[in-house]
Structures are given as structure tokens and as C-alpha cells.
Design a protein around this ligand. Structure first.
Ligand code: C2O
Ligand code: CU
Ligand code: CU
Length: 501
């Protein structure tokens, strides 16, 4: 039997046996009115230089059902928005109030490995972690989240994520809105499933293990399909995909454009108008939307097309109906209701920032990474035959992640060329401690909108070429991670680690 036929046979058998968690179609209590968009607490640390965080357990009511067991930083679910200034140091004091170990990573911050918060820096229940973060990077929207191997997916799903903004106080000069909650909204997008009583659900079926976990409801800042009041002016949206696996294809219901002003690592030189924006797990984009005309409009997400090619779907067999239930439809995200107030910005800025750095053309070293779903490997077969508890094995360059194995050693400051390849599914590839440039993506040598500017996460659809230059050191005890940001893939081993010296 060839590999594909063998797989097809095994998968069909296993699927029939393990399709335990179908998409929940709960009788969600429709109250008629949508909840107000929650505004996360803003903690401005630019004066104090101190950040106190407690990871804690919570009971949170989503909608009108029963309370769910959740996790959060300083609150029941999710965490605050931390705002810091370029050039300062932030002394963090993070207490683990959970009854399990926790690592917390600063995704997008250019800080050394010893304060990066990767899986080697997990702390015990009751313990305190006190990293000092030197903030020296352009203004941007970064974030922080649980990174405890191999429990990242479950811990983030339960709510362990917050936003970290770097600000330089120059947004007035740039002509950008920046009043938090007035004309500057931070939006954490997550998809979730709920059981019949309205409680958060996280049970992995075979489909979820293969494709990553998706929900059938979209939460913004922890509220299901909320509504936001906005002024009749230009409004800034800072979008973070904090979902485990869902790729958003965002658009506005009346087709009005979004003006892209920033990606992961900071501002673009000029706004770029687009009517659709693809947002992969871990990515951030900032857009301006024009509400001067008034009129309600809905932010929607289109079908998540990360289903794999015909081969993948053929193999998935019995899982196909679950796939279409979770991936197939347009879903509402957030509705906007312009009121009578006016924000401070009523024209689109022409120029925001300096021109992007030229792409390097000479490299001291080439590395190749393939993001592998090792379907033919014994671990997967054993797992599936044994009832699907183990799930598929994921890896990079054929090897699942091993905390005790160093995969790469990189020279500080060396300009490297990385080729990253994916087969079967698209994978959002993230590297700790660095901002990279995308030399080529699936569209070729003029990367799509989402891949311009400096990035720390990009969706690899077949093949991508990156220019990567580390400016932060990381030693063997606390190496930097690079991984797929589909959190179930990361936990299943699609991650590697490197030192920089
Ligand atoms: Cu946002 Cu290593 O992760
Ligand atoms: Cu990161
Ligand atoms: Cu992946």
C-alpha cells in the first residue's frame, strides 16, 4: 500500500472511532441586544517603569449562560493593555496564581532570551517571575501570552493573553488617532466554542488536532459579537489575532475600505487601502476606518480557507462535515455604531513613517525549515489506533520539539536568509526576539499587503523567503523559539529553538 492510501485507510478508521467532539451548535441565548465592546484596562508604565501582573483563575460569564472556568492576567479573562515608552525599562513582577506552571512570553518585543518568557522560563504555582524588559523598538502593538510547553493552547484558550503597546508620544505629529477607547480601539479577536449551558468548551477531536482548534463564535476582548460606539471621524483599530488557529479574512459589511497603517513591528510609510485583510494567529495589524458619514457597519470574517489541498480533505473523510461547519461561513465579529461625537482626526494622513528599510541582497547564511505534519510517523498511527488520544505529531525539519535539544545557533547581527516551507496546511510562522522582512511569499517577490513592513509572524502558504537578523542574544538556558502559531501545532511539536551569540 502506498503512503497516501495507507493513510487514507487508517484515517477513515480512526476518524470513525474518535470523532468525539463535533462542532457545538449551542442554543445560544440570543438576548437581541449585543454586548458592549469591553475596553481592556490600560496600564501606562511609562512613568513608573513597573508592571505588576498576576495570572489568576476566574469565573466568567460569556453571554447569558453559566459561568466558565477561565484564566486571566489581573482579571477573570484576558489581561490589561500595557503601554510603555521606547527607551525605558519595564520591571515586571508576575505572580503565578494558578495551580499549574506558567511561562509568559512577550510576543513582538525585541528583548534578550533571558527575559523573553519562552517555555524554559515557566514558574511554579505561587512563584514570582521578575524580568526587566529593555524597551527599544519602534512604536507598535505587541502582546503577551502563556507559553508553557505543551499547554500553551489550553492556557491561552482559557484567557492568558494581553496586549503590549510601545508608544513614542508622536502620534499627533503623525496625524493618527490615539485616544484609548475613544478613537483608538484595541481588538483581541478569538473564536470560541460553548456548550449547551454557555460554558467555554475545549475538547480536542481529531479534526482539531490536525487543523488546530476553531470555535463557531467570534469574541472581541472577551465578548461575543459585541457592538462599539465610535465617533464620526477616523477611528484606529489595533487588531490582534489571539485565536488558537483561526485565520480571519476581515472586511466591512458595506465594502468600505480599511486603511492599513501598521503591521506586527510598526508603522508603514503610508496608509494602504484594502477591502479585505487576512489576519493569521499571532499577527497584528492597525487600520484606520472612516466613520465620518455615520451609518452602522459590521466587521465580518469570511470563511477560513486553511483546510488543506484535495489530498488533505480526501484523507479527512468523515471529518469533512465538521470542517465545513467550522470553516465554511461568514461570521460576524463586531458592529460599529457612529454616535454624535467627533474624534480628533478627520483626514487620512498622507505619510506616517519613514520609508521601509531596503531588503538585503547579501546573506551570510541560508537556513531551511519545513513545517511538517508527520502523518506517516508511528506516533500518529499508534495514537489514532489507540483511540486518538495522542493525536498527530508535528515537527520542523522532521523532528518534533524537544526542550533538551538545541536546533540552531545564530550569530548576533548576521543577515540570514531563511526559507520556510509548508505542505498540506498553511502555518503562521513566528520567531521570538526578532523582526524579519519577507523577501517572497506565495505571491512571489512582491509580497502581499499583509507581509510588507517588518514582521514577527507570517502565514506560510507553501513557501516563504525571509531576511532575518537577530539583534538580541539568547543563551542555551533560555533560547529563542521559532514555531507555528497554530497553538495545537506548537504544542504537538512544530517548534524549534535557537541560541544567538
Ligand atoms: Cu506568540 Cu512563541 O509565541
Ligand atoms: Cu514570540
Ligand atoms: Cu501549523
Amino acid at each position: 500500500m502506498n503512503r497516501r492510501r495507507f493513510l487514507k485507510h487508517s484515517l477513515a478508521t480512526a476518524a470513525a472511532a474518535t470523532l468525539g467532539a463535533p462542532a457545538t451548535r449551542t442554543a445560544w441565548a440570543r438576548t437581541g441586544s449585543r454586548p458592549r465592546l469591553p475596553l481592556p484596562t490600560l496600564i501606562d508604565v511609562s512613568k513608573s517603569g513597573r508592571l505588576d501582573l498576576t495570572a489568576q483563575q476566574g469565573r466568567h460569564i460569556f453571554g447569558s449562560g453559566e459561568p466558565s472556568h477561565t484564566y486571566g492576567y489581573n482579571q477573570d479573562y484576558l489581561g490589561p493593555i500595557v503601554r510603555a515608552r521606547r527607551g525605558q525599562e519595564v520591571a515586571v513582577r508576575l505572580r503565578n496564581g494558578l495551580d499549574e506552571p506558567l511561562a509568559t512570553h512577550w510576543h513582538g518585543l525585541l528583548v534578550p532570551g533571558n527575559v523573553d518568557g519562552g517555555p524554559h522560563q515557566a514558574i511554579d504555582p505561587g512563584a514570582v517571575w521578575e524580568p526587566v524588559l529593555p524597551i527599544d523598538q519602534p512604536p507598535s502593538t505587541a502582546w503577551f501570552h502563556a507559553h508553557t510547553h505543551p499547554h500553551t493552547a489550553r492556557q491561552v484558550y482559557a484567557g492568558l493573553a494581553g496586549v503590549f503597546q510601545i508608544d513614542d508620544g508622536q502620534d499627533d505629529a503623525r496625524g493618527l488617532p490615539h485616544e484609548h477607547g475613544i478613537d483608538d480601539f484595541t481588538l483581541i479577536l478569538q473564536d470560541r466554542r460553548f456548550d449547551g449551558a454557555g460554558r467555554l468548551e475545549y475538547r480536542l477531536g481529531m479534526f482539531d488536532r490536525m487543523h488546530g482548534f476553531r470555535g463557531d463564535r467570534i469574541l472581541v476582548n472577551g465578548a461575543v459579537n459585541p457592538r462599539a460606539e465610535v465617533p464620526r471621524s477616523l477611528v484606529r483599530l489595533r487588531l490582534l489575532n489571539g485565536s488558537n488557529a483561526r485565520i480571519y479574512h476581515l472586511r466591512l459589511s458595506d465594502g468600505r475600505p480599511m486603511h492599513l497603517i501598521a503591521s506586527d513591528a510598526g508603522y508603514l510609510p503610508q496608509p494602504i487601502a484594502t477591502d479585505e485583510l487576512r489576519l493569521a494567529p499571532g499577527e497584528r495589524f492597525e487600520v484606520l476606518v472612516d466613520f465620518r458619514e455615520g451609518g452602522e457597519v459590521e466587521l465580518l470574517t469570511g470563511p477560513d480557507r486553511n483546510q488543506g489541498g484535495p489530498g488533505m480533505m480526501g484523507m479527512m473523510g468523515a471529518l469533512r462535515s465538521q470542517a465545513s461547519a467550522l470553516l465554511g461561513d461568514d461570521l460576524p465579529v463586531l458592529s460599529f455604531h457612529p454616535n454624535d461625537t467627533h474624534g480628533s482626526v478627520d483626514r487620512l494622513p498622507d505619510t506616517i513613517s519613514d520609508a521601509l528599510d531596503a531588503l538585503p541582497t547579501e546573506f551570510v547564511r541560508h537556513r531551511r525549515f519545513s513545517l511538517d505534519m508527520m502523518l506517516g510517523g508511528m506516533p500518529m498511527m499508534r495514537g489514532m489506533m489507540g483511540g486518538g488520544m495522542a493525536g498527530p505529531t508535528m515537527g520542523i525539519n522532521g523532528r518534533p520539539f524537544d526542550m533538551g535539544r538545541l536546533d540552531e545557533q545564530v550569530r548576533l547581527g548576521a543577515i540570514e536568509h531563511w526559507t520556510v516551507e509548508s505542505d498540506m496546511l498553511m502555518h503562521p510562522f513566528h520567531i521570538h526576539g526578532v523582526h524579519f522582512q519577507v523577501l517572497a511569499d506565495e505571491t512571489g517577490r512582491s509580497p502581499r499587503l499583509e507581509n510588507r513592513g517588518e514582521k514577527d509572524t507570517m502565514l506560510v502558504d507553501g513557501r516563504a523567503e525571509l531576511a532575518v537578523t537577530f539583534t538580541q542574544p539568547a543563551d542555551q538556558k533560555t533560547p529563542f523559539m521559532y514555531h507555528c502559531h497554530v497553538l495545537e501545532h506548537e504544542d504537538a511539536g512544530m517548534m524549534g529553538q535557537l541560541t544567538v551569540s
